[in-house]
Design a protein around this ligand. Structure first.
Ligand SMILES: C[S@@+](CC[C@H](N)C(=O)[O-])C[C@H]1O[C@@H](n2cnc3c(N)ncnc32)[C@H](O)[C@@H]1O
Length: 587
């Protein structure tokens, strides 16, 4: 069944059966701008600590996990036994070696679960791409390397003066074996090209003459003479294009090369030059099979034969368009559709172990494939759930999300931040704060319609520790006052003390309320949230889950996040607005 996993992909991958996945696309966390210095700094060096923190949480040496991954990867076969220590000897104990170790153990699992007919596409950038390619060569073998796809990820980068504007990402394509599913689509020719090149006409339409031999000699069938033409004598061999074979019944299956050439000649598809050199009639309708540069070209609308859109428009970078969900590293769905279309069949199982906001998942859903998505960020999982609401026929389960107190305790131990965001989600948070927000005492926000007073704001603070204290209540009250918010909810994993409850009760009631008397500062335990017994203490919320949101517009404004199906909201002055564009003053 289609499954979304919340958790570290290494653990999930280990539980997936051998040879059970058809196609893997992965876009691991790697933002070269943010992490370049971190990756190349020695462990004892002094990279900017704030910058390091963001990446090191899961991917650095500090936790000891990378060191274990290094040891594990080194034990996986001869290639890695040489490569991993070489990386370490050369790059030292840098973040990059830690990163490569973490990737190595995951890629080993991915190779194990991939079917022999499957493929893997690793999305990276030029900072790490060449190192990752060595890893992939070691795990998948260099023979199974298929392409380095250059994907144009932005229109321009003109702020740099000491290098050419870096505007592409790299996608490394490997197959699991020699015999893999591959049927790339085609880009239509440009109108200009057709006018120039397809100059001949017959009863089937325009065509041009193209080579039916390739360079290099072969000893088998494809090197033998046919109708007086000996390709070997010319240093060539017969190379019948797949598009031409496709014109034969059952695509000429089982036919020897010469028999296939006979069949094609009978159909009138082969033309001999006056010197006896055979060529074939290439039809304009075929277009060019996708090449390894995928680059949208602005200003080319209308130049392609039979299509209105510009060159490579299907894989265009994300603009500020409707597709954007506010997830920082979101990729455009067209990119994933192209990969899935080329390298899988309907019903295939597609895996994205770093699925982010679920671009692969949505593409797989649209293209009638089965899918597995994994992400370590709870926010990503909730976004995907919302995203899939657009596909009512979609059925999937979510694994790894705590449903019991024991599960919540486990998550709090494993990852403090994910625990906080998960607990806030359970309460009904619509907008989450990152580390900066946490420094200001805010983990998440909830907005609620409050009649003539507009939207009310509830500040959520989540505490996973067990050193419960009334100080937490006083601190939250201070934050609510400072932010001029309406309410505050303190979510605790441990049972609050009586003193905390008394303190909270003494801090007054919600002012300016159309929802009756509600305590201004409240305490909710995770157990109460799991059993659904706390929510009644809050004003009715638009919907007790997050919606898809867009970026914060500027520092004074917050954007309200609401579910897709909320198509309009009445504002204070009675106007209806599209909620996606509704902004409200932080104060
Ligand atoms: C570059 S983003 C992927 C974006 C995605 N392609 C999209 O279109 O939304 C990388 C993702 O990997 C996730 N991630 C990082 N480490 C992970 C791990 N160990 N296991 C699972 N997911 C992880 C991050 O939370 C992040 O969402």
């Amino acid at each position: 069944m289609n499954t979304l996993h919340f958790g570290d992909n290494l653990e999930v991958l280990k539980n997936i059966k051998d040879e059970s996945v058809d196609l893997i696309y992965l876009d691991p966390p790697f933002n070269s701008n943010a992490t370049y210095n971190v990756l190349f700094s020695e462990r004892d060096g002094l990279p900017s600590q704030a910058q390091a923190d963001a990446f090191e949480d899961t991917w650095g040496w500090e936790t000891g996990i990378a060191a274990r991954a290094f040891d594990d990867a080194t034990k996986c076969g001869d290639n890695l036994a040489i490569l991993m220590p070489s990386f370490r000897a050369w790059l030292g104990d840098t973040g990059l070696t830690a990163y490569l170790s973490m990737m190595a153990v995951r890629l080993i699992e991915m190779k194990r679960i991939l079917k022999p007919s499957g493929s893997l596409f690793l999305h990276c950038d030029p900072t790490a791409g060449h190192y990752l390619k060595l890893l992939l060569d070691a795990i998948f073998t260099a023979q199974n390397f298929r392409n380095e796809i250059i994907w144009r990820r932005s229109a321009s980068h003109n702020k740099l003066s000491r290098q050419f504007g870096p505007i592409h990402d790299t996608i490394l394509f490997y197959s699991a074996s020699e015999d893999f599913v591959f049927h790339p689509g085609r880009t239509p020719y440009t109108k200009d090209y057709i006018a120039k090149m397809f100059r001949y006409q017959d009863e089937k339409g325009a065509y041009r003459l193209n080579e039916i031999t390739g360079s290099g000699v072969r000893t088998g069938q494809s090197g033998k003479p046919w109708k007086g033409y000996n390709p070997t004598a010319k240093g060539r061999h017969w190379a019948i294009p797949a598009s031409l074979r496709a014109s034969l019944p059952r695509a000429g299956q089982g036919m020897a090369t010469q028999a296939m050439l006979d069949a094609l000649a009978k159909e009138g598809a082969i033309v001999f030059s006056p010197s006896g050199r055979p060529t074939y009639k290439q039809r304009e309708g075929e277009g060019v099979p996708y090449q390894d540069v995928w680059a949208y070209q602005p200003g080319t609308k209308g130049v392609l034969q039979g299509r209105d859109e510009g060159i490579d428009q299907d894989v265009k970078w994300l603009d500020d368009d409707d597709e954007r969900l506010g997830y920082p590293t979101q990729k455009p769905i067209g990119l994933l559709e192209r990969i899935i279309e080329s390298s899988s069949d309907e019903g295939a199982v597609i895996l994205d172990p770093f699925c982010g906001c679920g671009t692969t998942v949505e593409a797989a859903e649209r293209m009638k494939r089965q899918w597995i998505g994994i992400d370590i960020a709870h926010y990503a999982i909730t976004l995907i759930e919302r995203r899939l609401e657009r596909y009512p026929e979609s059925s999937f389960k979510v694994e790894g999300r705590p449903t019991t107190l024991a599960g919540a305790i486990e998550l709090a131990k494993r990852d403090k931040h994910q625990f906080q965001w998960w607990a806030a989600w359970l309460l009904g948070a619509q907008r989450y704060e990152g580390k900066k927000g946490a420094d200001r005492g805010i983990d998440a926000n909830i907005f609620f319609p409050n009649g003539p007073y507009g939207f009310g704001r509830i500040i959520v603070s989540v505490k996973g520790g067990d050193n419960v204290s009334p100080v937490w209540v006083r601190e939250l009250a201070g934050v609510v006052d400072r932010e001029k918010a309406d309410m505050g909810v303190l979510v605790t994993l441990a049972e609050p003390t009586r003193g905390m409850k008394v303190e909270a009760a003494g801090l007054g009631l919600l002012q300016r309320s159309v929802h009756g008397q509600k305590q201004r500062i409240q305490i909710a335990t995770v157990a109460e949230l799991l059993s659904g017994t706390f929510q009644k203490h809050l004003p009715p919320l638009p919907r007790p889950q997050i919606g898809i949101g867009r970026k914060r517009k500027d520092k004074d404004q917050l954007e309200l996040m609401l579910p897709f199906e909320t198509t309009a909201i009445m504002t204070e002055d009675g106007a209806f607005v599209d909620p996606r564009y509704l902004t409200i003053k932080a104060s």
